[in-house]
Design a protein around this ligand. Structure first.
Ligand code: NAP
Length: 257
């Protein structure tokens, strides 16, 4: 129940799951107490055995370095009729089976890579299934209410980690650069922030409304010899696209490590 855990919980509530149907666990008293106060009605459980016995679907949202500890706790319980959904980056289904000592591959395990947009039911959700997709109808329906599902083989799931999960951070950074540049012209940080939010929101809304593309919108806005064309020329010549590619490549090598 960290950053992505809370986003997922909020997405579940927003998509209509009753609070009483949601059981949560964390490692520290501090987090458990904060959850109880922030989300009335959900069942906060410090004891994993108690939690596991109450649920059909177990969503694992701990950091990869904590996976082994959590799996060694979980393997003490009866998991045979549960579905486990791992949202952890970089931990493969095979590794989870090994940590759970599921040598017969009996447990139902799927992996998803989501971003914090699930809190608004606008997430991007990469899904890898070890087995038959039809068997996971209920779980997939649950997540489909929280975002846009993309089915991928497991070795391609990390592309969603970079483009969509880290992507929220990358997009925020690009917007911050835009906001700082606005501020240098306007010299009012509140106004600059509002302009930045509205420019990015409008760009996306227009492309969606007209079922158009970013490329077409650029064409519509740039008059030959005008201000947009002049400004864009600098972005193109500075190889902004190449900087984004290099950022993705660096992030990919990190996730592989
Ligand atoms: N953040 C994102 O935007 C994002 C996006 C895509 C994927 N992910 C993936 O989501 C996972 C979590 O990331 P995060 O950013 O949400 O991390 P985080 O904020 O550090 O949260 C991790 C949570 O795991 C809990 N935890 C650790 N060990 C535990 C244990 N033994 N039993 C029960 N709970 C335990 C912690 O509990 P305490 O609070 O009590 O310590 C904490 O609430 C990672 O695998 C990451 O790759 C994150």
């Amino acid at each position: 129940m960290g950053h992505l855990g809370k986003a997922t919980l909020e997405g579940l509530l927003k998509s209509g799951v009753a609070p009483e149907e949601i059981f949560v666990n964390a490692r520290t008293e501090k987090t458990l107490k904060a959850l109880e106060e922030a989300y009335p009605g959900i069942a906060v459980r410090s004891d994993k055995r108690d939690l596991v016995s109450n649920v059909e679907v177990l969503i694992i949202i701990v950091r990869p370095q904590d996976a082994r500890e959590v799996m060694s706790e979980l393997r003490e319980f009866d998991l045979s009729n549960k579905t486990m959904i791992s949202l952890m980056a970089g931990v493969r289904i095979g590794e989870m089976r090994e940590m759970l000592q599921d040598h017969q591959r009996k447990y139902r395990i799927i992996r998803m890579m989501t971003n914090v947009g699930v809190a608004l039911c606008k997430g991007v959700i990469g899904v890898s299934i070890d087995g038959d997709k039809e068997e996971y109808g209920q779980e997939l329906e649950l997540f489909s209410k929280m975002g846009y599902l993309i089915y991928l083989p497991e070795d391609q799931l990390e592309s969603i980690t970079i483009t969509a999960a880290s992507g929220v951070g990358f997009a925020a950074y690009l917007m911050k650069q835009y906001q700082d540049a606005c501020d240098r012209l306007i010299k009012d940080s509140v106004v600059s922030e509002e302009i930045t939010k509205r420019v990015f929101e409008t760009t996306i809304d227009l492309v969606r409304k007209d079922q158009s593309s970013f490329e077409k919108l650029i064409e519509q806005i740039s008059t030959k010899g005008g201000t947009t064309e002049a400004g864009l020329g600098v972005m193109i010549n500075s190889e902004l696209g190449d900087i984004v590619n290099r950022s993705f490549n660096e992030a990919i090598s990190r996730v592989k490590k």
